[in-house]
Design a protein around this ligand. Sequence first.
Ligand SMILES: Cc1ncc(C[n+]2csc(CCOP(=O)(O)OP(=O)(O)O)c2C)c(N)n1
Ligand SMILES: [Mg+2]
Length: 280
Amino acid sequence: MNPQELLTSAQIQWCPGCGNFGILTAIKAVIEELHQPREKIVIVTGIGNHAKIADYLNVNSFYSIHGRAFPAATAIKLANPELQVICFAGDGDSYAEGLDHLIFAAKRNIDITAIIHDNRVYALATAQFTPTAPLGFRGSTTPFGTVEHPFNPLELMLVSGASFIARGYPARAGHFQRLIREAIRHRGFSFVDVLQVCATYNNLYGFYNKNVQEIEAGDPSSLKEASQIIRAWDYNSEGPIAIGKFYDVDRPRFEESFAGYRARPADREAKLQEAFEQLV
Ligand SMILES: Cc1ncc(C[n+]2csc(CCOP(=O)(O)OP(=O)(O)O)c2C)c(N)n1
Ligand SMILES: [Mg+2]
């Protein structure tokens, strides 16, 4: 696709220094490389600063409700499995209000990509803490700091059944672009937790620049290895923060297993039996 075709006339509203710029740059490059007709690509967003990415890319897009990018994306993929469906969601969006939907998308292994703008704050709503906000985070609802630990979304995705798990840092642009490319090419539910810095409410550039390290899983199909890399950082402490691909396996995809339900009544049972056999 010609890069000019991807531009829109919308004026970018993100703050200077926002990590969302790096995500936009990477996705533009990857969409160009896909060589897919534009009408084959659908972007689905939650609600938040991250969601504005839909305004800045000239492809089909759907703004869902806060926390509901994944059910909307699931419906789109089931209605037309030929589409390349890419979700951009926030951490407040998908780790709090819409957490159940994220878990079920991973469990089903539907072939969509989840790119989570994990700035560890509700940015559009002006600085409430989210499930990944560091302990002691000071924001509009916690002026003296949070008194709860963050959770680790990658660990949650690993036990929920995601078949591709990665963490990226847009300031490492080349590395980040490669992760986004791999996630989109992966067939099945791919999940990328993005250390997307909110320069206004939670500026972690210094912390990440000091601690981030490119670490790949030697065997991306090893649950044990993925779990070790993922558990090495608790979203709180100082110390190495791994970025890279940690898990990548091939398992049956929901839109294929589900296809029997859409078959003619005479073929339905046989098709579903085939799907069950693939799944056991
Ligand atoms: C159903 C619903 N609940 C709450 C809101 C209010 N709201 C809008 S954006 C937002 C926070 C977004 O935070 P996040 O998902 O982390 O995105 P960011 O702005 O940080 O990119 C909230 C709570 C809403 N619009 N709709
Ligand atoms: Mg956020």
